[in-house]
Each structure stands twice: as structure tokens, then as C-alpha cells.
Design a protein around this ligand. Structure first.
Ligand SMILES: [Zn+2]
Length: 344
């Protein structure tokens, strides 16, 4: 039978195996294909540890009779199933030989130092074992920095990107993508051994098109202040989805030539394409009530309202700017969204 492994390079490996193959055998196959030594592999199948991890938990119950090596059948892995691979870190920090610690004394490591060490070890491991050319989500942009096309994040170095691919966010996005593909029957389209899995291996995240939207312009009769309200409809968004927005400067976008008079307001929500509106590049009114967002989870409608700070400037700029300058998320466009609302 054939099974798949979503590897740390975000690629998918297809393995030909027997139900009677041991988990160790599977790890050796992965090692052969992906270069990650078995003892560094952390495999997850249907949300559960696969291989050593699970067996270790059972060890106390089986001290009298040694168990035979676990097989794929023991884990109920069937033809077409997908395992998820992450790197396992060799545990333990060498407290004794750390710089600045006395011989024999175990220094206490600060949390940030431990995190930095962990990142550095991940980075080194990944550099040793990962071929970035095979990573469909790795993008070197023309500014010389790196992007994760899956998470829409920006990275200053390859090492930083690699550390990101081992992080929670990237792993979660990989898992989500795998779940979505499975739902759509894509992950299992190679149900017999003769079908190549490459069609799904390098497929970009599935997008279902642009959302519907409505833009309302208003002017306060007293203050003459201009207000823009954006309503974006995401009827097909997944339960629990949280639309995001972000402001982007004209120099950051790569869709059209920069124009200092404008900035862009982006909206993103999986599995829709990201859309952007071109708005005047003017200070926003940050006072209470002037700016707000709302996600109506039952109507699946995201609302954002903003007010331009200077009424006179705003009026002039709004003549030039137009909501007709709406830009869609063309396929080649890559938007660097951030988690945070940028305004405050
Ligand atoms: Zn990522």
C-alpha cells in the first residue's frame, strides 16, 4: 500500500509499505528519502504520536512480556493515510559547560535564553536536513528576504525561515492544509501504487476566489470628517475562522508602481483570496469609535470602519482615490499579512 508523509520541508513523500512493516522501518524509509535520522523524527498520525512516543507511554504496562515491534497495522494506518513529520530535539541543555557557569554548578537558564538555544538548534538541524529548493512554501523575494507562502510571513534569513517551519504556527497551517485537502479528497487521490503523488505535493494552498465586499463612504456633516466602511462577506469561511486586516504601504506592495499618495488596506480569511483596497495615505483618526473592526461569526461578515484624521486633506485625497481601485488577489501576488491589527 501507499502512505504519505508531510515532511518538514512541506513536501509530501509517498512511501510504499506493508501493513506489517514496523514503525522503525517507516522511519528508515523517511530517513532515506528526506535525510532526517530516525531518532530525530517526530511522527504524528491522526493527532497521535506514531512510533516510539506512543510505545513509551505503554512501557510500564508491558514490563513482563516484551512487546513485538509495533507495525503500521497496530496504528491502524491504511492505504492513502498521511503521517506528519516534525523534528525531535535532542533534549537537555548542557548546564555545566555553559559559558559563565561554574564547574559543577547547574546554572539556571533564562526562558528567553532557552528559547534562543532551542531556535538555534532547530535552525542548525533544519539547515543540515532540509533542502529549501524542494519546499513549495519557501520564497526568496526580490528584496532578498524570504517568505513563507503558507503562513504569509516574512523572514530575514534562511535560518529564520527554517526556524519558522518548525514553529507552532507553520505546523498548524500545514496540518490545516492537510485536513482541508483530505476533506476535498485530494490527499488520497493516489490510492493505488502506480499513481504519482506529485500532483498534490506541490499544490499551492487552495483558494476559492475573492470574497464579496461593499465599501461605504460617508462624511460627518458637522466635522466634515470622511469615513470609510468596508464590509467583506466570507460565507464559506471555516468555522472558527478569524478574518484579518492589515495596512500596507505603497512601497511594500508589488502589484503596481509605488505612489506615495496611497496606501493599501488588506483583508484575508481562509480559504478566500486576499483582497486589498487602495486608500489615501493619510493619518487615521485613532480616537475612540473612529476606528473599529467587527467579525460577525453568524452572518460571516467582517466589518472595518476607519476615519481619516484631517477632513480637509481627506476630502482632497478622496477625490483622487476611489474604491474602484480595488485590487484583487491575483495569483502571482503574495501578501505579507501579519497577525495584528496595525493601527494602534
Ligand atoms: Zn509558514
Amino acid at each position: 500500500m501507499q502512505i504519505f508523509v508531510n515532511s518538514i520541508t512541506s513536501t509530501t513523500l509517498a512511501l510504499h509499505v506493508q501493513a506489517t512493516d514496523t514503525t522503525d522501518h517507516v522511519k528508515r524509509l523517511i530517513h532515506h528519502r528526506d535525510g532526517v535520522p530516525p531518532h530525530l523524527q517526530r511522527l504524528v498520525f491522526k493527532g497521535r504520536p506514531f512510533g516510539d512516543d506512543a510505545r513509551r507511554q505503554h512501557r510500564e504496562h508491558s514490563t513482563t512480556t516484551p512487546r513485538p515491534p509495533a507495525t503500521l497495522a497496530d496504528y491502524r494506518v491504511r492505504n492513502g493515510d498521511t503521517l506528519h513529520l516534525a523534528l525531535r530535539l535532542r533534549g537537555g541543555i548542557d548546564f555545566q559547560h555553559r559559558e559563565g557557569s561554574k564547574f559543577g554548578g547547574g546554572g539556571v537558564m533564562s526562558e528567553s535564553q532557552a528559547a534562543a538555544d532551542r531556535k538555534e538548534r532547530l535552525r542548525k538541524l533544519a539547515l543540515e536536513t532540509v533542502d529549501l529548493d524542494k519546499d513549495p512554501y519557501f520564497l526568496k523575494n526580490h528584496l532578498g528576504t524570504f517568505e513563507c507562502k503558507l503562513c504569509l510571513t516574512l523572514h530575514t534569513t534562511e535560518g529564520n525561515y527554517l526556524a519558522h517551519t518548525q514553529g507552532k504556527r507553520h505546523q498548524q497551517n500545514l496540518a490545516r492544509r492537510a485536513a482541508r485537502e483530505e476533506k476535498l479528497g485530494l490527499a488520497n487521490n493516489a490510492t493505488n501504487a502506480t499513481t504519482a503523488p506529485s500532483a498534490t505535493a506541490n499544490a499551492p494552498p487552495i483558494k476559492i476566489g475573492r470574497p464579496g465586499y461593499k465599501v461605504t463612504k460617508a462624511r460627518d456633516p458637522n466635522t466634515k470628517q470622511r469615513t470609510l466602511a468596508f464590509e467583506i462577506d466570507y460565507p464559506e469561511s471555516e468555522p472558527g475562522a478569524q478574518p484579518r486586516h492589515r495596512f500596507m504601504s505603497t512601497f511594500e506592495q508589488r502589484v503596481e508602481p509605488p505612489d506615495k499618495a496611497y496606501q493599501y488596506l488588506l483583508f484575508a480569511c481562509e480559504p478566500y483570496e486576499t483582497i486589498a483596497f487602495k486608500i489615501p495615505n493619510e493619518p487615521l483618526d485613532k480616537s475612540e469609535g473612529a476606528f473599529f473592526t467587527n467579525w460577525d461569526a453568524s452572518e460571516r461578515k467582517f466589518t472595518l470602519q476607519l476615519s481619516l484624521a484631517d477632513p480637509a486633506e481627506a476630502a482632497a485625497a478622496l477625490k483622487r482615490a476611489t474604491d474602484a481601485a480595488v485590487r484583487g488577489g491575483a495569483p502571482k501576488r503574495r501578501v505579507l499579512a501579519t497577525d495584528a491589527a496595525v493601527l494602534h
